[in-house]
Design a protein around this ligand. Structure first.
Ligand code: SF4
Ligand SMILES: [Zn+2]
Length: 565
């Protein structure tokens, strides 16, 4: 306690002194904290692959083939240098890898699909291992030239389903936009080997303009996937002009980039590119890794930049014999992907495309892999296994069966361990009220493509193959006494069948026609179920070209514009 005499001198009051003491204590504590923090090493997240360091304490780097040992880092890390120093013939490749006879044969084939490999990517290959999984993806074998049953040049009929060159409009609301035929390196199993790598087939500004023009005229498209080839190999200004052209179309909601550049040429993902990409959100990117060996420190840093620029990153792999046809390789791959914040998206069955015969596996291998992923690892790490339909039907998901059986009130399910359980169904269910749901009332048109959902939603009762009715009349062109068309009109379902039977054949619906404007929601229309009657003539259809007749808003499917005869 201080001497009261001090008070008598009137220098400081007791309260003042206490306040100053408290301040001093505070300052001293803050100083101590700062000193302690300075003495402690800064926190380093060792699990973040983008921060991996090498033995020298600098950012980790992957192997570089001895051929390029003397190249300054400045060049090696420059994507333009990598692109202009790609290797593409037997002599060059032989300086990096010890080639087998079959590889020599493949590299010498006169009409082979283009070979071009970045120095970075070929350096990842073990020069002495003929089965190296990266090697198998980019070094041709003599077998590549062999034909196989069902092989096609364009097995997905992409060029057939493109209204303008390079724009594939297969699904109702999204398109594939091929902007170049060039890639950073070339995959031997490429689905688009018919045009990819061939500069004479390349797309120019005029093609891009035609693609954009189609999109401006097609408001049903809300999602554009930029692919090729690989858009990220384009000159930066040209690529940006495409992004801008797309963003000027108001009905395009999301843009996706499909690219293998971060795999072959991670140096390309620089700050400048990311700053450009950021301007065009919402933007997604899907990469293409097939094997864990492809995920290097350079890749981790590139993907880190993409995610920091706000792009969700996904991956699609192709199931390839001799590369990744193994549950455990796939598991390692998906684990490496999610560690790098890349979401496994698709695992593709290898397409029936020329050159890919020796890469194909039975579908059962894919199912076995899915069996080994689902439940055995994080749901986030499990891709969807798909077969891209030969002939152009789009991706069809396939998976092991988990639903074992069912009754009218129970389903029997099994899990990944073989545990079998039952799910008791609700005894009653208040069905969703479409009439009062504003999403049901303002749904997007899917002209001619409502498919099985259209069956479920009561738009129609069945789907017939083209020519089905003609074949089944067996040459009888006039209806006989038992053939009253009203017999095959399902009461309360859909619109088109009754009319189709009366007219003798189904109207052929074509996708891709401009979507008619969506009618405003109206829950007020009174229900009007008209019983079938062959005497009433069909009113003029109220739907646009390519659109399927639908019940009016709020109207039960039974009346369906009065088209049920
Ligand atoms: S990156 Fe894609 S488009 Fe290019 S060669 Fe490989 S699979 Fe084909
Ligand atoms: Zn294995």
């Amino acid at each position: 306690m201080r001497s009261p005499s001090l008070h008598g001198h009137g220098c400081r009051t007791h309260e003042e002194r206490a306040r100053l003491d408290a301040q001093e204590i505070k300052t001293a504590v803050a100083r101590q904290d700062a000193e302690r923090a300075a003495a402690e090493p800064p926190f380093v997240n060792r699990r973040d692959p983008a921060l991996a360091v090498g033995p020298d304490g600098r950012p980790a780097v992957s192997r570089r083939a001895p051929l390029w040992a003397d190249i300054p880092d400045e060049n090696w890390n420059d994507w333009r240098w990598q692109l202009s120093h790609r290797v593409n013939d037997l002599e060059e490749i032989e300086q990096v890898l010890n080639l087998t006879d079959e590889e020599r044969e493949g590299l010498s084939a006169p009409d082979k699909f283009r070979v071009d490999i970045t120095p970075y990517f070929i350096s990842l290959i073990d020069p002495d291992d003929p089965n190296d999984p990266i090697r198998r993806q980019v070094i041709p074998l003599g077998r590549e030239q062999q034909a196989f049953t069902a092989m096609m040049e364009d097995s997905l009929a992409e060029d057939r389903h493109s209204p303008v060159p390079g724009l594939v409009h297969r699904y109702p609301d999204r398109v594939l936009m091929l902007v170049t035929t060039q890639c950073a390196s070339y995959c031997r199993y490429c689905t688009r080997s018919r045009i990819v790598g061939d500069p004479t087939q390349n797309f120019n500004r005029k093609d891009h303009e035609a693609q954009l023009d189609y999109l401006r005229r097609t408001p049903q498209v809300r999602d554009v996937l930029i692919s090729g080839g690989d858009g990220l190999t384009l000159a930066p200004k040209l690529f940006e002009s495409i992004l801008r052209g797309l963003r000027e179309i108001s009905h395009i909601e999301i843009i996706r980039i499909g690219s293998r550049v971060p795999v072959f040429l991670p140096q390309r993902i620089d700050d400048e590119l990311c700053a450009t990409l950021e301007k065009y959100h919402p933007l997604w990117i899907n990469l293409h890794f097939n094997h864990p060996n492809e995920i290097t420190p350079e890749v981790s840093r590139a993907v880190d930049k993409l995610t920091k620029a706000g792009l969700p990153v996904g991956n699609q792999s192709v199931l390839l014999a001799g590369v990744n046809d193994c549950v455990h390789i796939q598991r390692a791959l998906v684990h490496r992907l999610v560690e790098n914040r890349i979401r496994p998206y698709y695992l593709y069955q290898c397409d029936l495309v020329e050159g890919s015969g020796h890469f194909r596996t039975p579908v059962g291998k894919g199912l076995e892999i899915m069996e080994g992923l689902r439940g055995h690892t994080s749901g986030y790490a499990v891709p969807t296994y798909v077969i891209d339909a030969p002939g152009g039907g789009g991706k069809i998901p396939v998976m092991p069966n988990y639903l074992i059986s069912y009754s009218d009130h129970k389903v029997v399910l099994r899990n990944y361990e073989g545990y079998i359980t039952t799910y008791e169904e609700p005894p009653t269910y208040d069905r969703h009220d479409e009439a009062s749901c504003r999403f049901c009332q303002s749904q997007r048109a899917e002209p001619g493509q409502s498919g099985v959902l259209g069956l479920l939603e009561g738009e129609r009762m069945w789907i017939e193959p083209k020519g089905f009715s003609e074949i089944h009349t067996r040459g009888n062109t006039e209806a006989h006494r038992l053939q009253d068309p009203s017999k095959w009109v399902p009461f309360g379902v859909g619109a088109i069948e009754g009319q189709a039977q009366a007219a003798g054949q189904l109207r052929v619906l074509e996708g891709g026609d401009p979507a008619p404007p969506v009618a405003p929601p109206s829950a007020a229309t009174p229900p009007a179920v008209a019983p079938p009657s062959a005497a009433t003539p069909p009113p003029k259809p109220e739907y646009g070209p390519g659109e399927e007749p639908r019940p009016r808003d709020g109207e039960p499917t039974g009346s369906a514009h009065g088209e049920l005869l």
